[in-house]
Design a protein around this ligand. Structure first.
Ligand SMILES: [Ca+2]
Length: 167
């Protein structure tokens, strides 16, 4: 036997289930609730519709995985979304209205869909930031409004980008 010790780095996370945390963090403008999705191999986030800046309405996000087959429920009063993929091929879909989001999918041939489904025009160019990491990734960003919604950090791979609204 030439290998008595198995290194942690040699192991693979077998489960494709996302690891979801929802925690309040302090920011310079006060506390916000951050929804974090780690191990985002195949996740879908859908922000509820509505003018969320109005009092009494919830900044609600519905989280599913495995092409929508697994329901992880609804999260209310979400102030920021952070999605972290893996070094394997990830598929991430984010339907966003106006919640700031950061998507990082690291290595592998990732596919990322960002859909601005907001009824109002969003002019924050950094509303959704996508960093697809290494690999030949596909990034598709769409918007119903005429605001610029997405910043895409191009990575080392040869990426395919369809993002008429970004820039
Ligand atoms: Ca990846």
């Amino acid at each position: 036997m030439d290998r008595l010790i198995e290194t942690l780095e040699g192991r693979r996370l077998m489960s494709s289930a996302p690891l979801i945390t929802f925690a309040t963090v302090q920011t310079t403008t006060g506390p916000i609730n951050v929804l974090t999705i780690n191990n985002a191999v195949n996740v879908q986030l859908h922000e509820g519709l509505g003018p969320f800046s109005e009092p009494g309405l919830l900044n609600q996000v519905h989280v599913t995985s495995a092409n929508g087959m697994t329901d992880h429920g609804f999260f209310d009063n979400v102030g920021r979304i952070e999605i972290n993929g893996t070094n394997d091929p990830d598929v991430v879909t984010l339907d966003d209205v106006d919640i700031k989001a950061l998507i990082s999918t690291f290595g592998g041939r990732d596919t990322i869909f960002v859909n601005n489904i907001g009824p109002t025009t969003i002019r924050d160019p950094d509303l959704v930031i996508v960093n697809a990491g290494n690999g030949k990734d596909t990034i598709v960003a769409t918007t119903d409004g005429d605001g610029t919604i997405t910043t895409i950090v191009l990575s080392k791979g040869t990426d395919s980008v369809e993002a008429p609204a970004f820039g």
